[in-house]
Design a protein around this ligand. Structure first.
Ligand code: IMP
Length: 427
């Protein structure tokens, strides 16, 4: 049985939750490997509609071991309320395991995220203000608090006191805000520790065990390639790697154990937060797509920016992720859009380029070069076979496939688990 990584190909919100939920029916283990509760994975299935932030989207298949990997930063309050919400809806969370190496989002990370964004003034990144950047910064600075630290409360207090000394100097002397309280944070995290204790495990060892038994493991990404700190639109991106490489580190699995990588792409682009987006539509078409598709952030409720499918960025994403297949989502959103455009290249300083520039200043200057394709003008939400799609929809999918240089394995034509057209088996 293979190990399959599922990664976002664009700027996040591609519909990874739906695809993981669908494929998890066959899986033994699903591991979330990066990000934190900045992510919002929407799943609609026979149990209802769910918005997951930390819990892997495999949670709805009761036999699946669901792992929150070491690469995820965990806000325990958010996780606890997510678990409680799932339980209330009758979803069993007893097969959830949390890596003992995962870092925690602390209240001072959330405060810092807010203060840093304010201090960036006109150059704000547009973060989700969930403390994700500061939590990953502390991980790199070796100031993080990890889930395993919750297991020894005396040591936790000592470490927290050391970390807070620095943080409170920053709050009071640099930002001019009141210090945070050691006692309050300690008391809260002791409560969280008691709740989370049974879930905290050496999850890399659990995974190894699953691999030995030849079980099917799905590595579930968060965000998307173009938000990657190395290959995304830096600094307008997130703080952990949503790429396949990030899956290895964030799940604790060696690169040579990953067999297949499925990249998830919407048939158009969306982006929340600031930063360049060459194909952005600031006109009525963009507004129309936003309303049809209800493109508002799952985590923050912010309206998402809309753009045509960017094949330059998509090709880059395929390469950098080593994609073996693609799932296209939201094809049905185009049911009433008369003419579709795909960006096949950029014009930069009067010349055509076909690469995704490293510099955001350059990317901001890139003008998309479009190819136009006719829409299909009829509903496709009930279609389940590729050959039953209108010819124009088939052509649109095939053209994207050709431009990306990667096979399209599936196309989604509605939000629920069943609304999927399989072109080629994923696993
Ligand atoms: P942060 O991850 O909260 O620091 O936000 C950094 C950037 O990544 C902002 O532009 C966010 O809007 C974006 N971002 C973070 N998580 C997601 C996500 O799950 N979907 C889409 N955009 C995201």
């Amino acid at each position: 049985m293979p190990v399959l990584a599922i990664v976002g190909g664009q700027w996040g919100d591609e519909g990874k939750g739906k695809v993981v939920d669908q494929l998890a029916e066959k899986a033994d283990v699903v591991v979330r490997f990066s990000g934190g509760d900045n992510a919002g994975h929407t799943v609609i299935n026979h149990l209802g509609e769910f918005k997951l932030h930390l819990v892997p989207a495999g949670i709805f298949s009761s036999r699946v071991l669901c792992v929150i990997g070491n690469g995820v930063v965990i806000n325990p309050a958010v996780l606890m309320s997510e678990i409680a919400g799932l339980n209330k809806s009758g979803v069993d969370t007893s097969k959830l395991a949390i890596s003992d190496r995962a870092h925690l989002v602390m209240p001072y990370h959330i405060l810092l995220d807010e203060l840093e964004e304010k201090s960036r003034a006109g150059k704000a990144l547009g973060t989700t203000k969930r403390g994700i950047g500061p939590a990953f910064a502390d991980k790199a600075s070796r100031l993080g608090i990890r889930t395993c630290d919750l297991l020894d409360k005396a040591a936790l207090k000592e470490r927290l006191a050391m970390v807070l000394e620095g943080k409170n100097t920053l709050f009071t002397k640099v930002y001019g805000v009141p210090p945070v309280s050691l006692d309050e944070i300690y008391a809260k995290y002791c409560e969280y520790a008691d709740f989370l204790f049974p879930f905290i495990k050496d999850t890399a060892a659990l995974l190894d065990h699953a691999l030995e038994k030849k079980q099917l493991v799905i590595l579930e990404g968060a965000q998307g390639a173009l938000l990657d700190p190395d290959f995304g639109t830096y600094p307008y991106g997130t703080s952990s790697s949503p790429l396949t490489a990030g899956a290895c580190l964030g799940a604790g699995i060696a690169p040579n154990r990953i067999d297949r990588v499925l990249g998830i792409f919407k048939v158009y682009c969306t982006r929340v937060g600031n930063g360049p987006m060459p194909t952005e539509l600031l006109d009525e078409t963009g507004q129309k797509i936003r309303e049809i598709a209800h493109e508002y952030g799952t985590t923050t409720g912010r309206p998402r920016r809309i753009g045509w499918f960017d094949a330059v960025a998509a090709r880059f994403s395929c390469r950098i992720n080593g994609l073996t297949g693609v799932a296209l989502t939201r094809l049905d959103v185009f049911d009433t859009v008369p003419t579709l455009k795909i960006c096949t290249g950029y014009e930069l300083n009067g010349k055509r380029i076909d690469y995704f520039p490293a510099s955001v200043a350059e990317l901001e200057k890139c003008k998309p070069i479009y190819e136009e394709l006719p829409g299909w003008g009829k509903p496709i939400t009930d279609v389940r076979r590729f050959k039953d799609l209108p010819g124009e929809a088939q052509k649109y999918v095939r053209r994207i496939e050709e431009l990306m240089g990667c096979p399209v394995n599936m196309a989604c034509c509605g939000p629920s688990r069943e609304q999927v057209i399989q072109l080629k088996p994923v696993i």
